[in-house]
Design a protein around this ligand. Structure first.
Ligand code: FEO
Length: 179
């Protein structure tokens, strides 16, 4: 049983996660065009992750005998001034998703919806990880600086993150971290 109020906000979260997936796809494509292979891989993976976040909510709502609403897709921005600007946008976006999850959690608690409160714990941990990762990339960009050669090093550092992520996925570590 899921309350009407919680259901409405969960359905809004489906749209937020779907829009995040589309935004990261557009970013991946932009990075690919700039020959930033590491950053492109990072965002293609991130886009797939956000889609997975969206799918989890769809399945959860339907499992709880609610009706998951598949939203219209907002057209994502396709051009960016720089890789710094792009990651700043990502950070802002992740912070707004975190705020939406916290709001959702408060509503589920007010509604005594214990199942949804438990379900959302995964998202709280996932957001903490995502925000922290983007913040560390922004710090790294600040250290390396901007310019042609800097881009090469930034891309290499992001590729190292991709490799770490692959290792974590292979060992199941990522799965355990977000539980
Ligand atoms: Fe699923 Fe990064 O928000």
């Amino acid at each position: 049983m899921i309350s009407e109020k919680t259901l409405n906000v969960l359905n809004k979260q489906i749209a937020l996660e779907g829009n995040a997936s589309a935004a990261y796809l557009a970013m991946a494509s932009w990075c690919e065009r700039q020959a930033l292979k590491g950053c492109a891989t990072f965002f293609y993976d991130q886009s797939a992750e956000e889609r997975m976040h969206m799918m989890k909510i769809i399945h959860y709502i339907n499992e709880m005998d609610g009706c998951a609403i598949i939203p219209e897709q907002a057209k994502p921005r396709g051009e960016y001034d720089s890789i710094q600007e792009l990651f700043q946008i990502v950070y802002k976006q992740e912070k707004s998703v975190t705020a939406a999850i916290y709001n959702l959690l408060s509503i589920s608690q007010e509604e005594n919806d214990h199942s949804t409160t438990l379900f959302l714990q995964w998202y709280v941990a996932e957001q903490r990880e995502e925000e922290s990762q983007v913040r560390s990339i922004l710090d790294m960009i600040k250290l390396i600086g901007s310019g042609g050669q800097s881009l090469f090093f930034i891309d290499q550092e992001v590729e190292k993150i991709n490799q770490e992520r692959l290792k974590e996925e292979a060992s199941g570590e990522e799965y355990n971290q977000v539980l």
